[in-house]
Design a protein. Sequence first.
Length: 415
Amino acid sequence: MEHREVVVIGAGPAGAVAAALLKRQGHDVLMLERQQFPRFSIGESLLAHCLEFVEEAGMLPAVQAAGFQVKNGAAFACGDRYTYFDFRDKFTPGPGTTFQVQRAHFDKVLADDAARQGVEVRYLQEVTAADFGGDGPLLDVRGADGASYQVKARFVLDASGYGRVLARLLDLERPSSMPPRKAIFTHIEDRIDDPGFDREKILISVHPEQRGIWYWLIPFSNGRCSFGVVGGENLFGGPGEDLMATLRAMADAAPNLKRILKNAVWDTPANTIGGYSASVQRLHGPGYALLGNAAEFLDPVFSSGVTIALRSSKLAADALHRQLTGAQVDWQAEFADPLMVGVETFRAYVQGWYSGEFQDVVFYEHAQPEIRRMISSILAGYAWDPTNPFVASPQRRLRTLSELCRGAEAQPASA
Ligand code: FAD
């Protein structure tokens, strides 16, 4: 049996960053990944805050050298209305730009960099069983040749994303607070010639008649875009449905997208993903902690997934380093509670998006610049900044602001 100090399950962003942070502190780290990289993943628009963790993990030069599309904000459209938030104009200090990335490439850059820093990365290795009952975590791993072996670790970080390895094996699953939704998506050669289109921002468009349906358009640096639509679980994507036909019909239903994408070449089969919102009863236990999507995933609308994942990696790596060097660690106080501050902030704005309240705020044209800077901070990923009133009490602030916006919009023009 193999003995290791830390085993990380999954080599996505959460796993690679946690592994590198621990390696940089001098720990022995083995990262086991079920697939061969590069592999496709959804989740292509990053937030500015997540680059702070990429940098701390020593990976920023590699990411900067990879040639990804620079992103400096988020634009929103609904019918004739268009607005944007520039991440460089925000309340919380920190990076104001980030990247829009093909995840197959981005995730490989991070995993390769973790390996460069000394993490042992093994591909085509699937963790199939976990035992936390004995004198230390014991994992069963199925290797590329189909043969299984066991690894004993002092600690396991589960960064298996939608694989949800420990949530499944340890029966930690808990229903998400989010109703089930579904996305259909593809990559296109966009051929966008609209002078008003800003390639340095994700464009979120709202369906002109149904506010619960929205679209993402994420430009890459190679003349291509990721394009997708999100709606209720039963709205589209039924068995046998022509996903590409549905996606294109949905695009045509939004006049701004129909115009922007008029020359697009739809050269890649559409795909669908549903039931992606997930939660767990607890984020840690004796000998393990859950990172990124292996723990909780809310909703794609604010591109918060990778940022929450990397924040969880940073918190876990710090706590684990202390534990491995002899300190008594309170994982709830040092890892779970601080992580959930930002998760709950995003949850409030995601719920506000679908209730329509946050859409009112986003599209309100006369908001005070300072308020817009506070919202810009959250959209840039700074959802853990307690000095931002929209982080400190998100529901209350959002409700008050949305009432103000609705009231102001209802006033006659002369008022
Ligand atoms: P992942 O990136 O999923 O990595 C997990 C890895 O674990 C995988 O490589 C997998 O192969 C491996 N694994 C799984 N099981 C095992 C096993 N048994 N043994 C070994 N390895 C295993 N986020 C954003 O930040 N921006 C966006 O624009 C965005 N858009 C999204 C759109 C949609 C429709 C959805 C559903 C999500 C979106 N997300 C977005 C969320 C984003 O996809 C995730 O939050 C992010 O990928 C989580 O990273 P991770 O490292 O936790 O997991």
